[in-house]
Design a protein around this ligand. Structure first.
Ligand SMILES: O=C(O)CCC(=O)C(=O)O
Ligand SMILES: [Fe+2]
Length: 289
């Protein structure tokens, strides 16, 4: 560790050589505290040494490695009986496809046509309103990764929403109060949602405030409210899976830690013809308030 002692005490600047030296020492297993002591005793001003060490942090340091994170409990369907369909409140849900790693389940007939139509109608009225509000500067956030329009229903806000939320809670064995309000997205031709993770990056600014409202997201259910004429599949690039958007069907996936290792990367492929409407339910680790 003495290599750096020749660094002149007079010209104390965070040079590229110093950065390299810090990386080498860290790679050899020295801790930042040990390096700080070594730098101080070879004449570095403490604040400058601390700053150099701080700068040497990378994003991967800030995020605990996946294998060291504690796995969360996640929502899960009870498929233990190997049944091709699940009966929930007298409603038959088909199990069309299931993968264990990553956890992905495709469901048929989760919503009836009438329920899909009612959701679209209720959301349309509010989307139209939000479009006029969004024209005020700073009124809404434009996200180039997501070219759809969206709105949120309040949890339990109507008979329809309560019926669906109660079905989802039983299907996924996850309490209603651990779910966010249903989000509806409308994609017009050409609109897409680039691949992303639904969990919150714990290292991003403002993560603490978001996580206070119910902990991490640990599962997602995307329900198709119509069948676009072409395009609009929900894609899972890590496993090269495309789920066709078919009215009333849904895709469920879970992720037990906020890490790419979960292979929960997914997106909405561009709609080629017609519109695509989805309702998304995000499940939190705790009570969402
Ligand atoms: O539209 C889709 O197929 C995906 C939607 C999605 O990823 C989301 O709502 O988080
Ligand atoms: Fe998503």
């Amino acid at each position: 560790m003495s290599a750096h002692q020749n660094q002149s005490i007079q010209q104390q600047a965070i040079s590229p050589e110093l950065r390299v030296w810090i990386q080498e020492q860290l790679a050899q297993g020295f801790t930042r505290a040990q390096l700080l002591d070594a730098m101080k005793s070879s004449g570095w001003q403490e604040d400058l040494a601390a700053r150099a060490l701080d700068e040497s942090r990378t994003d991967s340091d800030a995020q605990t490695p996946a294998e060291l994170q504690i796995a969360s409990k996640v929502p899960e369907l009870d498929l233990s009986g190997g049944q091709p369909t699940l009966w929930i409140d007298g409603h038959e849900v088909k199990v069309l496809m299931s993968i264990t790693q990553p956890r992905v389940v495709v469901l048929g007939g989760l919503l009836s046509d009438a329920e899909c139509d009612a959701m679209v109608a209720a959301a349309s009225a509010r989307l139209a309103r939000s479009e006029t509000v969004a024209t005020t500067p700073g009124g809404s956030e434009i996200n180039p990764a997501r070219t759809s329009d969206g709105m949120f229903f309040e949890r339990g806000e109507s008979e329809l929403i309560r019926t669906i939320e109660s079905r989802l809670a039983k299907l996924l064995n996850w309490p209603i109060d651990h779910g966010e309000g249903l989000q509806v997205l409308r994609y017009r031709p050409g609109a897409e949602y680039l691949p992303h993770y639904d969990y919150f990056d714990p290292t991003m600014d403002g993560a603490a405030a978001i996580l206070k409202r119910g902990g991490q997201r640990v599962g997602t259910l995307v329900m198709y409210l119509n069948t676009p004429q072409a395009g609009g599949a929900t894609i899972f690039p890590d496993i090269k899976l495309d789920v066709s958007p078919v009215k009333g069907n849904a895709v469920f996936f879970s992720y037990d830690r906020p890490h790419p290792q979960t292979q929960s990367l997914h997106g909405g492929a561009p709609v080629r013809e017609g519109e695509k409407w989805v309702a998304t339910k995000w499940l939190r680790a705790g009570v969402f308030v």
